[in-house]
Structures are given as structure tokens and as C-alpha cells.
Ligand binder design. Sequence first.
Ligand SMILES: [Zn+2]
Length: 91
Amino acid sequence: MIMKTFYVCPHCGNNKEFRIFTSNFQVIKQSPLLGIRTTETGVLPSLRQNDNYIECSLCSQRFEYEDAAAIGKKYLQETQRLRMSEPVSHS
Ligand SMILES: [Zn+2]
């Protein structure tokens, strides 16, 4: 579901703050370190009911959920792999 999805902006790589436009409007903040959403504002009614996209707070580009979510997924896999390979590699 959308609530658990981690987003990364395909345009500028922002992974911290997004505006979400659906039939509602929401601002969310994420923790790139934890890979989770940390804050989300209360849901406000959107002006246009047909909207269905997210907007990057940094570069103001709009894109599809799936695009940002797909990059977010890769991002999380990458950071997890780095984290796991860290402790053993040095002596
Ligand atoms: Zn961006």
C-alpha cells in the first residue's frame, strides 16, 4: 500500500520530502537512513479530484507513484546491501 512505500525523486534524487496528490493532499517526510516514512500531515481535501501523482518538494517535478516507488525500492536494497557488507570487510 501507499503508506509503506518509500519514494525517491527520479529527477533530483530527493528522498526526504514529497507532496502527494490524489483525491486528497498530503505532505510526507521520510528518513533515508531508516528507509521509512517519518511524518505525514493530516489529509486535506484536494482541489482537483482526478489528481494522482506525487511532487518532489525540492525540484517541484511531478511524477507517477510507480516511478518514484520503483527507485525507492532499489535505493533501499542498495543501502541495505552496503550496510550488511560493512562490518565484516575490515580487520
Ligand atoms: Zn526532485
